[in-house]
Ligand binder design. Structure first.
Ligand SMILES: *Cc1c(COP(=O)(O)O)cnc(C)c1O
Length: 420
């Protein structure tokens, strides 16, 4: 069956919860063992002293190790990405930093795509570097040959352990070829040392992008965004095969950064409407992009549905994605002043960072989400002072377009023709 058909039932047995049609919130820190022998058996498996036997289920122990809400959520998430296993975290950043700390040791080399999420970038360039993990960043315009040359020239090629990417890149929607990165990882894999490939799939997943299909070992989400979808929680997720997710869960047990029962419960509710929300958001985005394309006050629209068939990005787009998504950024005529005027005029669309929620949000990357970025890189990847990023929600597209139109008009004429 399709994942959307299973989001209401998969992994949950009503008979274990008084027939409740929905999974109750298991707001408990610890679980009662039926016998001391059971407790011992559960701990042996949890600590990896032995593998589970064929019909054995890992018993519930303590909510840092496992909890029904967390486990049902993890089982349901595996369906979208066709992954063997999933680990859910208390934030996207805890998912990302835990993966990096599990798969990178002092002396290792990380290859990562730029631009990456601000928090990820800070973790790589400030924290990982302070514990002796080296890193090399590459940009979407670089070819496989150029990237390999950079790695070879660094003199650290034999230490490459992890390739990390984020595609589409935020906020300009540049694309990176996941299969190409798999080839780079394989190029540096040695008999005694795997080079793993991790993909941050927050922007287009899980509905429109399945990185495992293109060779990713680990798929990472900020579940705060589309998965949560209502801008009311912070969470993260990592998916992959049993061996790798066991390692991720191992480090999570000791960092203690698993999602709480309540957050997991909220996410279970969110997943029931994931597909219809995302589809409505993408439909709205298409209409808004069409409108923006026509505006004289708009210089350029960055939207996957606008890629020209001749561009390199277009072939990656066709191969890797099933939709043009619901993220648009656009450059308005003018600079920061005009961009701020536009943002300050909005009412229905909220001026806030984050993305993927039911309500539309707008922000100014150059002075908000990307303010910490190196100026050279900012200009290289096109984060200009007139750039605005829109996360399109589920509202009626006519109202969104009306509001955008009124806001643009105000910049032009100095007044709003009609209050909204
Ligand atoms: C928001 C975001 C993150 C960080 O997630 P949090 O849930 O805020 O910790 C990581 N990657 C991308 C692409 C994001 O948009």
């Amino acid at each position: 069956m399709h994942p959307e058909s299973l989001m209401m039932s998969y992994g949950y047995k009503p008979e274990l919860s008084e027939g409740s049609v929905k999974a109750p919130l298991f707001q408990t820190s610890t679980f009662v063992f039926k016998s001391a022998e059971d407790g011992k058996a559960f701990f042996e498996v949890a600590y990896g002293l032995r593998e589970k036997e064929n019909n054995e289920e890992l018993g519930l122990i303590y909510s840092r190790l496992n909890n029904p809400n967390l486990e049902i959520l993890e089982d349901r998430l595996t369906l979208w990405d066709k992954a063997e296993e999933c680990a859910v975290f208390e934030s996207g950043m805890s998912a990302i930093s835990s993966v990096m700390l599990e798969f990178l040791k002092p002396g290792d080399l990380l290859l990562y795509s730029m631009p990456t999420y601000g928090g990820t970038d800070h973790f790589i360039t400030h924290f990982l570097s302070s514990i002796g993990v080296d890193s090399i960043g590459f940009t979407p315009d670089q070819s496989k040959g150029e990237i390999i040359e950079m790695i070879d020239k660094s003199g650290k090629a034999k230490n490459l352990s992890l390739v990390y990417l984020e595609t589409p890149a935020n906020p300009t929607n540049q694309l990176i070829d996941i299969e190409m990165c798999r080839e780079i990882a394989d190029h540096y894999t040695q008999e005694q040392k795997n080079v793993y490939l991790a993909v941050d799939n927050t922007y287009m997943g899980p509905l429109w992008s399945s990185p495992i299909q293109f060779g990713a070992d680990l798929v990472i989400y900020s579940a705060t965004k589309y998965l949560g979808g209502h801008s009311d929680l912070i969470a993260g997720a990592v998916l992959g095969n049993h061996e790798l997710i066991s390692r991720v869960k191992g480090i999570r047990t000791f960092f203690g950064n698993m999602a709480s029962p309540h957050t997991s419960w909220l996410l279970l509710r969110s997943l029931e409407t994931l597909k219809i929300r995302m589809e409505q958001q993408a439909t709205n985005a298409r209409k808004i992009a069409d409108f923006l394309n026509e505006q004289e006050t708009v210089e350029k629209v960055h939207y996957l549905g606008n890629l020209s068939p001749e561009s390199k990005n277009y072939s990656i787009y066709k191969k890797q994605y099933r939709s043009s998504g619901a993220m648009i950024s656009f450059e308005i005529k003018g600079g920061e002043k005009e961009a701020f005027e536009f943002l300050n005029n909005l009412k229905l669309i909220k001026l806030a960072v984050s993305l993927g929620g039911t309500e539309s949000l707008a922000q100014h990357p150059a002075t908000m989400t990307h303010i910490g970025m190196d100026e050279d890189l900012k200009s290289k990847i096109g984060i200009k002072s007139n750039l605005i990023r829109l996360s399109v929600g589920v509202e009626n597209h006519e109202d969104l377009i009306y509001e955008i139109s009124a806001s643009l008009e105000k910049i032009n004429t100095g007044y709003i023709t009609q209050e909204i």
